[in-house]
Design a protein around this ligand. Sequence first.
Ligand code: NAD
Length: 420
Amino acid sequence: MKKASVYDNVTKQFNKAADLMHLDPEIRKILARTNNEVIVNFPVKMDNGHIEMFTGYRVQHNNALGPYKGGLRYHPAVDIDEVRALATWMTWKSAIVNLPFGGAKGGIQIDPFKYSASELEHITRRFTFALGSNIGPEFDIPAPDVNTNPQIMAWILDTYLSTMPAHERQAAVHVVTGKPVESGGSIGRNKATGQGVVFTIEQWAKDTNFDLEGAAYFVQGFGNVGSWASRLLKPHGSKLVAVEDVSGAIANPKGIDPDDLYEYTQKNKGLIGGYAKAKPIDHETFLATKADIFIPAALENQITLKTAPMLNVKLVAEGANGPTDPDGDKILHEKGTDLLPDVLCNSGGVIVSYFEWLQNKRSEFWDLEEVDGKLHRKIVAGYERVRDTAREHNIDWRTAAYIVALSRLETVYKERGIFP
Ligand code: NAD
């Protein structure tokens, strides 16, 4: 079966908002396209001495607001369509939370679990080398995404710096964010996306007079975003009732302790499969879980024409990028399910990446209180802009989020004009 085009989803979302806000047709032409698309094929010597060829991508959607910014994904489904979509969402995301960044995304089409640590290091370093000056601290700044992590960012940093003249190296540490703290990363970056998801859920609860104490939630994906969001909701007295990852789904109506599950995954190759304190369930049962909040935090196109009717929740908080397609959106809206759209809900990652970038540029080191406090202010301000726009136009929150982003970009293009 042909993979559903995620970029088609972006285009539909974009057109809907652009029509509604009467986006200037000239500016619409610009934002409907990506600026640059880099595809690199590169060889890597495997542990057995043989050469394997890999394909990597970096798509730069728009940089009107600042340097391109966005994660790198290692996954077999990575292709130009997916990367294009993810890059475009990054432009909207930065605009919504008022960051001086544009949007980009990249990745390699591989199943990283098939490779040894040393092979992954060589693949990463050779990919960085192949990208060359297509990335840079003031030009395009990668970060972690699905199946990439601080270790991979450290290899990118080291490779990038090694190819520069010695006297320029220290000034380029902000070429990548999401680095380990010891290598110039920011405290609070690892949990930032999950923390942002929880901050937006808190705002939603406040606005709707919903008590998070005793609320039931379930989460798809228990990697960086899913595990952190789960664990950070726990202090509110909310109850995690089901979790799904690539190894399957599990449920316990009495509650699953997210910290305990996280400890388990750390000893189980990052997977939830085999966790004894919950019982295995199938995918359909998982989606139909009766709960207050669903946090998709895995991949795209999970909430669709087929699956949206199964959901039985008050709120979908999109930790993942693009988990809901336009059919799914329509159904959720008709059902009266509230939605915190990805471009707002998961923006905590890029917000703290921005803080890391700033700290590197200024040779500063902020403490967790400062990082979390600033993240809270930025994401809540973004939340309020989206909420107020949705109320003003009486529209769904995803379209409202797009209108916030597109209005900002429209203003900048009108002020600056088009060269020459
Ligand atoms: P990750 O690699 O740490 O975790 C991904 C999780 O999804 C894993 O638990 C994996 O088992 C699960 N998964 C994969 N395929 C699945 C499937 N078919 N069904 C169910 N679960 C599946 O990745 P992450 O960084 O947590 O990213 C998750 C999502 O959040 C992605 O959409 C990503 O683009 C988005 N996101 C990540 C960040 C970040 O800072 N890492 C920021 C913003 C958005």
